[in-house]
Design a protein around this ligand. Structure first.
Ligand SMILES: Cc1cc2nc3c(=O)[nH]c(=O)nc-3n(C[C@H](O)[C@H](O)[C@H](O)COP(=O)(O)O)c2cc1C
Length: 203
């Protein structure tokens, strides 16, 4: 196959896209939402999720001072709000009110709220901040998780594939599309494979 060389850049795609909620330490009524594509899972014990923010973001200082943030997963219905919260600053307006989203208390957090209606929200407490250059990487420990009840099946298992989550792909918001397999499917017994795939296709 033929290839061309590109200069070094951040072309790892797709990325998640999430709404991060945060608040001012001494004035928790000042809350904010910021769209983040550079969010990542970085550790499992303890569970840790990172967000990478430019120092210039209003949210950067809210998170630095409060030591808290909530990572809210987003679905297709929230896509326009997600974009808006990524192109306007909380210094200038109340973004949640502008896009019709409401805050609710986030378990385990002193000031940072969660977004009501988000499929799933991860309450994170900052453990470390790494100054990388253009961005500061906040490494947060997940202290609590809030899951929308309709995403649980009759056995209480999380069915996140029902959430219509979106991803960010080189400047575009995209839905996730078809289920192609599941963890370990390449080596699953044929009967297990057939049963699991049948149940997943009914999503
Ligand atoms: C899809 C998308 C992804 C973004 N990802 C990031 C990110 O990972 N880190 C960052 O610092 N800014 C990111 N931004 C930009 C901020 O969301 C944007 O500058 C926002 O207006 C900052 O809001 P604030 O000043 O209220 O914190 C992203 C914007 C969009 C639209």
């Amino acid at each position: 196959m033929d290839y061309v060389s590109f200069p070094p850049a951040t072309l790892l795609n797709p990325t998640p896209v999430v709404l991060v909620s945060c608040a001012e330490k001494d004035h928790p009524e000042n809350r904010n939402l910021v769209t983040v594509a550079w969010a990542g899972t970085v550790n499992s014990e303890p569970p840790m999720v990172s967000v990478s923010l430019r120092k210039s973001r209003y949210s950067h200082d809210l998170i630095l001072n409060s030591g808290e943030y909530v990572v809210n997963l987003v679905d297709e219905s929230m896509c326009k709000a997600v974009d808006f919260c990524g192109v306007r600053s909380g210094r200038d307006l109340d973004k949640a009110a502008s896009v019709g989203l409401t805050y609710c208390p986030a378990e385990g957090m002193s000031v940072a709220p969660a977004v009501d209606g988000a499929p799933l929200s991860l309450s994170c407490r900052v453990r470390q901040v790494l100054e990388l250059g253009s961005h500061d990487l906040f490494l947060g420990e997940v202290k609590a998780i809030r899951v929308r009840k309709d995403l649980l099946d009759e056995k209480g298992s999380l069915r996140l594939e029902k959430a219509a989550l979106i991803a960010y792909n080189h400047g575009l918001y995209q839905s996730l599309g078809n289920i192609l397999g599941f963890f370990g499917w390449s080596v699953a017994r044929p009967d297990v494979l057939a049963r699991r795939m049948r149940s997943l296709q009914s999503v």
